[in-house]
Write a protein that binds this ligand. Structure first.
Ligand code: AMP
Ligand code: MG
Length: 410
């Protein structure tokens, strides 16, 4: 590991570049049932062997006709000579006749248009068509969605419902996906206790366990939660050893500052190697990255909002890349600030913010009034983060970069 300097304050981009350079995608591939592949990462590009739709077919319930048989001005009466429901194949359509046809049914040879039912009346075997339609009317062409040889899904995509639907439309019952990453996690601190237990003086509830489990599970990883670990070097070494033996990545909260109660750095160094960074960002200054045997180690800070933000900015892209995802950058957009931010900070800041309606349908963003790294309320109140460059001030009405949680948490 060629580590960046530990002395200087690293920029967010420097830290992220280094992390991503160390994220080696899993290699093992499994064949998942397409029906079970939601959230998995596609391991090979998929090319269609078929046309979708396979045949020209009707986009409407109505009548398949030869467009040339219809009177340009006025009605046309045609004999109805066949009936083609979806799933059936008709026979060739003779001139001056019509086929009763339903949505999705193949267009019979000879027909070149469908007149929708609402523009017709049928009495016995004669249909009266109110007006002419052009050739091709209401016909969905074979291959208009997908032609044989078309690439439909790229390797490295995280499969959402729409990807599964598209894969199924070309007949794929299984998809090659990367093995799920296994993430071990634990939570350091003598002061933290689990909800359900009474709080003794000096204790706080272990909120980070819930935030991190939620973040990891919503990304589809297998999580090994090793619980709370006391501020003790030997205990930390023990749990790290266990974590490294069963997981691809170890993700922890707390204990990475420089106080004498912070044992994570020394414990990782006992078993492997570690770089401790002070990152020029707020919230979340301390972050640790290292390796124990084949497991990567990411030590997040302890403050609850710092955990949330550093996960979104660093751990998430690292884990996505390690899981084989190609497109990992969250897509932000520029919106108008509905607030003033008059005091510049030397560090890049991530403010919890949400959208509010502006004038004439415009969108503006406002920020939670308390941006402290312990104020978890801001993460629930907010809908995203505003990325404030180091040293910047913001005046109401200026444009700011908004990263919605939909981009950071999915
Ligand atoms: P540390 O990085 O261990 O010094 O922790 C920084 C702050 O985060 C301290 O106020 C801790 O009490 C708090 N903290 C650490 N771990 C947790 C946790 N699991 N849940 C909630 N707060 C925590
Ligand atoms: Mg601590």
């Amino acid at each position: 590991m060629n580590k960046p300097s530990q002395a200087a304050l690293l920029s967010v981009d420097e830290a992220l570049d280094f992390l991503l350079s160390q994220a080696h995608p899993v290699e093992a591939v499994e064949a998942a049932l397409t029906l079970d592949a939601l959230g998995r990462v596609l391991a090979a590009t998929q090319v269609s062997a078929i046309s979708v739709p396979p045949l020209d077919n009707s986009a409407m319930d109505g009548y398949a006709v030869r467009a040339a048989d219809l009177n340009a001005s006025g009605e046309t009466r045609l004999a109805v000579t066949q009936r083609i429901p979806a799933g059936c194949v008709g026979s060739a359509l003779l001139p001056q006749s019509a086929a009763r046809i339903f949505t999705g049914a193949p267009i019979p040879p000879g027909a070149d248009a469908v007149v929708m039912q609402e523009d017709t009346t049928q009495v016995d075997d004669i249909v009266t068509i109110q007006r002419a339609v052009p050739s091709g009317n209401n016909i969905r062409r074979a291959g208009e969605d997908i032609a044989p040889g078309n690439t439909v899904l790229q390797a490295g995509v995280r499969l959402g419902p729409q990807h599964l639907g598209l894969a199924a439309s070309i007949g794929l019952a299984r998809l090659p996906v990367y093995r799920k990453l296994k993430i071990a996690t634990f939570f350091t601190g003598d002061e933290i206790v689990m909800p359900g237990q009474p709080l003794a003086p000096g204790q706080i509830y272990n909120s980070n366990r819930f935030t991190l489990n939620g973040l990891l599970r919503s990304m589809g990883f297998d999580v090994v939660d090793l619980g709370i670990v006391p501020d003790d070097l030997e205990a930390t070494v023990g749990v790290l050893r266990s974590a490294a033996s069963q997981a691809d990545v170890i993700l922890t909260s707390g204990g990475v500052s420089v106080g004498e109660e912070d044992h994570v750095k020394a414990a990782v160094e006992r078993l492997g190697e570690i770089a401790m960074w002070r990152i020029s960002m707020k919230p979340g200054k301390p972050l640790a990255f290292g390796r124990i045997d084949n497991a990567s180690f990411i030590g997040l800070p302890g403050n609850p909002v710092s955990v949330f933000v550093t996960f979104c900015i660093f751990a998430r892209p690292f884990l996505l890349r390690a899981q084989g995802v190609m497109d990992i950058a969250p897509r932000g957009f520029w919106v108008e600030a509905a607030f003033d931010w008059p005091r510049p900070d030397r560090r890049r800041e991530y403010l919890r913010a949400r959208r509010v309606p502006g004038e004439a349908g415009a969108t503006r963003v406002e920020i939670y009034p308390h941006q402290g790294s312990g104020v978890l309320t801001s993460t629930v109140w907010g809908e995203g983060l505003i990325d404030v460059p180091a040293g910047a001030t913001i005046a109401r009405g200026e444009r700011v970069l908004f990263l919605p949680f939909s981009e950071l948490l999915a």
